[in-house]
Write a protein that binds this ligand. Structure first.
Ligand SMILES: Cc1ncc(CN)c(N)n1
Length: 225
């Protein structure tokens, strides 16, 4: 299956997510609150554009079933995943307005403008390639952290782990993988290579997003990814 090929190619990058100090900090509860706050604010902006990518998917879908899948993913991101951010914001003391008016970091813009550009230029398959690393890698991280003793019971970070390890989020990631395979399996190699390039690029941006959050960086530095 096409997603097996993607996974194998991205593995050296994905292996680094679980080792990242930010992700480890969520897992063992040691993450500084200021770093998490920075992450949540940037991530909220990220999710707004991520929803726009799903909307583009609905526009480009060739079948009603695919259109519905994109619409469902958009709905669950807006109402469930982003609600996690709104609830954390309330706990931390950030208003909804502050959350929406966060200044975007360079990494965030590099990620969202890339996704929006590729999704606008491409077909429904490119749209899925843009969002796949996002949902799939968070699900992998959530499931891995959920296995750590006591991690999901942590009084602050537990809700984050539970969200990304939940059955609902797992189903969303699985639906996306299935859709990717359905749309890519019969494509010629040249098109598959393009989808793979998008997946690998967004996988690298996922890593840079953790870096950005951990260093609370508004600007980027060199990376050897
Ligand atoms: C940057 C990023 N990547 C992925 C996800 C999971 N939807 C997220 N919330 N933020």
């Amino acid at each position: 299956m096409f997603t097996d090929r993607l996974y194998e190619k991205a593995k050296p990058i994905w292996d680094q997510y679980l080792e990242h100090p930010f992700v480890r900090g969520i897992g063992d509860g040691s993450l500084e609150l200021e770093k998490f706050k920075f992450f949540m604010e940037q991530d909220y902006l990220y999710l707004i554009d991520y929803c726009r990518v799903f909307a583009l998917g609905s526009v480009k879908a060739n079948q009603l079933e695919t259109m519905t899948m994109f619409a469902d993913m958009l709905h669950s991101t807006l109402n469930e995943e982003m609600d996690l951010h709104r609830k954390y914001a309330e706990r931390i003391g950030i208003s909804k307005e502050e959350l929406e008016n966060t200044k975007p970091s360079a990494t965030l813009l590099a990620y969202t403008s890339y996704m929006l550009n590729k999704a606008q230029q491409g077909s429904e398959a490119e749209v899925v390639a843009c969002v796949l690393a996002c949902a799939w890698s968070y699900n992998e991280i959530g499931l891995a952290l959920n296995k750590k003793e006591g991690a999901s019971e942590h009084e602050f970070y537990g809700d984050w782990i539970k969200m990304y390890a939940s059955d609902e989020f797992t189903n969303l990631a699985e639906d996306m993988k299935q859709l990717m395979n359905q749309l890519a399996d019969d494509k010629p190699e040249r098109e598959k290579a393009h989808l793979e390039e998008i997946f690998l690029h967004t996988s690298k941006l996922e890593y840079l997003f953790w870096e950005m959050a951990d260093k609370k960086k508004m600007w980027v530095e060199d990376s050897n990814l």
